[in-house]
Write a protein that binds this ligand. Structure first.
Ligand SMILES: *Cc1c(COP(=O)(O)O)cnc(C)c1O
Length: 472
């Protein structure tokens, strides 16, 4: 393909992109295909001769798009949003075109320096402690892994990177409702799931600080080496917060690294009315949140902040001859701040988004989502068939159908699962479930970029309609 052909196809694809977004509501939110049906339509081996782009594109539309779940659909209320926005899409087109490897300052000075700047903007917007610096990671999971690398380094006096962890049995603490990425990181680091303490949660879904304290004390008594506490703001299940102030006091007393996983909820700290209610950030050593969740920036974009990046950098720096670089100097070499060497130019999309919306524009979108969630929770509360189980927590709530009197717990769980399957199978809205306090609950998360109140209303209407038919 020559460059003039690229131009022609790119123009055509841009038209497709805009038409797709403009008409997305006519598609089912969750893909309705059956397992294996896409695979069966794909030729089993690579074509020997090149094919025309027209044919490739036609297959994209006809074979693949039906197998896409439309995360940018305004009636997507499942999981957490992985949202995007027009400025983010524009930046991603440029990033793909530049296709730079931004691993060293020298391999694209603008990428490193823009990343420093947008991270500073985010730190200011969220009012994180001064002096926090960080980098953009591909995911909160990777950032949490990095936080635990720094914690491991601290707990072993800087020995773990060379001597390994066999000398000291480290322990890590997180709530029972913490994201699975914490346990995955513990496994990767050789600490092991058996040494992750899953601290019970209180009625509001936040970690019980007394149990945290007791667990640390018990481990010390046994000769284990407590290394890190992971606190969550906005649990994935129901959006609960761990009590940061109390957890921070314990971490400080015990000399442990305190990492905060605010993957989804972190964006809301841009709102002064939310930020004011959060105490205890002073005790935090590292903090991650995902602009690729609730800040209108395409996946992948996780903002990972640290009080002292040196621990992580010391643990990860290796400079083989082929990576020696005398340039930069006063700027970080971000290759040593994460697992992968190669790095995409992720700062660009964030910069486009932040400039295009401005801080106030972003705040307005977040406030809308939060207001609509409160409105929805009132509607749920007014319908006696439903029980609001948790929230509204920022822009999510969790509820369930009560079932008929005398139903057993498992019958009610089954009823809610059928409700969800019916709704998702119809495709007009998309919701997911979790378990809270041993019960199946339906999560409703508002945060898709193009969602308006009428989409939320329509979502609630669909839920009630499906409930009518189930109860019949
Ligand atoms: C989504 C989520 C994660 C994982 O995010 P990735 O960026 O996909 O790794 C971690 N923690 C919490 C609380 C989350 O909600």
């Amino acid at each position: 393909m020559d460059f003039e052909e690229l131009r022609r196809h790119a123009h055509r694809q841009v038209d497709w992109m805009v038409d797709y977004l403009a008409t997305i509501e006519s598609r089912p939110v969750r893909s309705q295909v059956t397992a294996g049906s896409i695979l069966a339509q794909l030729t089993p081996s690579c074509p020997a001769q090149g094919e025309p782009m027209e044919r490739i594109f036609a297959d994209f539309e006809q074979v693949l798009v039906p197998g896409i779940t439309h995360w940018q659909h305004p009636r997507f209320f499942a999981y957490f949003p992985a949202n995007s926005s027009p400025p983010s899409v524009l930046a991603e087109m440029l990033t793909a075109t530049l296709a730079s490897q931004c691993m060293l300052w020298e391999t694209s000075p603008a990428a490193t320096e823009l990343e420093m700047r947008v991270m500073q903007w985010l730190r200011q917007l969220l009012d994180l402690p001064e002096g926090f610096t960080g980098s953009i990671q591909d995911s909160a999971s990777a950032a949490t892994l990095c936080a635990l690398i720094a914690a491991r380094d601290r707990a072993t006096g800087g020995q773990a990177a060379r001597a390994g962890v066999s000398g000291a049995q480290l322990t890590v603490y997180a709530s029972a409702d913490a994201h699975s990425s914490v346990e995955k990181a513990v496994r990767i680091l050789g600490i092991g799931s058996d040494h992750l303490r899953k601290i019970p949660v209180q009625a509001d879904g936040g970690m019980d600080p007394a149990q945290l304290e007791a667990s640390i004390a018990a481990d010390r008594k046994r000769g284990l080496v407590p290394a890190c506490v992971v606190a969550c703001l906005g649990t994935t299940g129901i959006g609960a917060n761990d009590p940061l102030e109390a957890v921070g006091r314990i971490s400080t007393q015990e000399g442990l690294h305190l990492h905060v996983d605010a993957a989804w909820a972190g964006s809301a700290l841009m709102l002064p009315e939310v930020r004011r209610t959060l105490r205890g950030l002073e005790a935090v050593d590292s903090f991650v949140f995902n602009p690729h969740k609730w800040l209108f920036t395409n996946f992948d974009c996780s903002a990972f902040f640290m009080r002292d990046p040196q621990r992580l950098v010391n643990a990860l720096t290796l400079t083989p001859a082929y990576l020696e670089s005398s340039l930069g100097g006063s700027t970080p070499e971000y290759r040593d701040w994460s697992v992968a060497l190669g790095r995409r130019f992720r700062a660009l999309k964030l910069w486009f988004v932040m400039r295009s919306y401005g801080a106030e524009g972003l705040r307005t979108l977040l406030r809308n989502h939060i207001d609509w969630t409160a409105r929805l929770s009132r509607l749920v509360g007014e319908d006696g068939r439903f029980e609001l189980v948790a929230g509204p927590n920022l822009a999510m709530l969790a509820f369930r159908l009560r079932g008929v009197p005398d139903s057993s717990a498992s019958q009610v769980d089954g009823l809610n699962e059928r409700l969800l399957e019916r709704l998702n199978g119809e495709g007009r809205i998309y919701l997911t479930k979790t378990r809270f306090q041993g019960r199946t609950v339906i999560r409703f998360v508002i945060g898709q970029t193009y969602t308006q109140w009428h989409h939320v209303e329509q979502g609630w209407h669909e839920i009630r309609k499906a409930a009518d038919r189930l109860v019949e």
